[in-house]
Design a protein around this ligand. Sequence first.
Ligand SMILES: [Zn+2]
Length: 444
Amino acid sequence: MIRLQPDWLLTDSGWQCGWQIEFHQGIITALGPAQPGARRLSRQVVMPGLVNSHSHAFQRVIRGRTEFRHPDRPNDDFWSWRELMYRAAMSLHPDQLEVVARLLYLEMVEAGITTVGEFHYQHHQPDGTPYADPDELALRLVEAARWAGVNLVLLRCAYHRSGFRVPANPLQVRFLDRSVDESLQAVERLRGRGLSVGVAPHSVRAVPPEWLGRLAEYARQHHLPLHMHVSEQPKEIEQCLVETGLRPVQLLHREGLLGGDFTAVHAIHLEADEIRALATSTVCSCPTTERNLGDGIVPALQLRRAGVSFTLGSDSQCQVDPFEDARQLDYHLRLVRQQRAVLDEPPGKLEDWLLTCLTQSGARSLKQPCGSLQPGLRADLVAIDLDHPGLACEAPQGLLWCAPREAVSQVWCRGVPQLEDRHHPKRAEAVESYRQVMKEFVHG
Ligand SMILES: [Zn+2]
């Protein structure tokens, strides 16, 4: 049994001063006004561990390596970045992927993340044939997360093609399922291994329309999260219109995907009826990636007014900084509208709402028993140091706007300390082995 008494505790009814939280065997057992004997966390605030709802671990290796305009591609955009990203996806073997994921997940723990949704589509060997264990790469990711101390939900992607009437791209052969049955068998197998799993049709580009209903039905039947990339780039919308006569969200509506179990990742290029159709769904926004790739800006105000919940994701891993992602959701709109605090509805509640996006909404999107400090939920906690120079304050109000990720001082995952005094005990090992892999990746 562990009892902690920080200066402030973030509960479902807001920040409480002088409270304690108690947990036992990885589960929160009680919280309330502090009693003698609790471990005092002076000048610290404690909140639920952050949820990162959208991650592609292997993309960590191209961080900082695509930030230039290629002389042969003067209009460098998402699609040329994607080719470079695919080259990375093609070259990593299982040992290398595990090392990359270890470093990435450790970086997430250091940023206060205790649960990650890994949107996983790198399934096969580089020539496209399955590994002896067809779940080899998925299991490497699961193992890396366990090693670093973060909960992982494996959002197992269905990926079938380059696009509607688009010739096969040899750089995608590791991703492909031959049939929807093959995709569903993989999900079934991973569930049978006792893993936390979700169903993830990759996108309207990569999955034929006739697969969508089956995938959604399976997810609903087994109460699994259903995630999909939606309307990230205008080109995929044009292709969808040509193939089906519908825009992507209209197609997902027709095929029965939308609703409380569904998370649309990105959801940037939307028309008014699509925004209305998404009302009961969740949008996973990845603003630091979206600005890096030049994707566009999510119409967060209209979506929120329609009733959409928001969660956040590190996606391409160009940064792993959940507070920054949350801030950017509003900052992008400020630049466009030349106004401040655009999402502050009702007034004065913007910070509270963004903290909810980082915790409760992510937990709901991934169907995980976390995201809130309530008895019975997982003891996933993060402490923030009010004495960090980026804060230097008495109370947590404003923390989201000011806290650098280095202000995260302690992290508990399932009640087990993973980060203490800003120190992850496996950091040096993770960095050293990652550097070795990068030498192989760059020169291999
Ligand atoms: Zn993504």
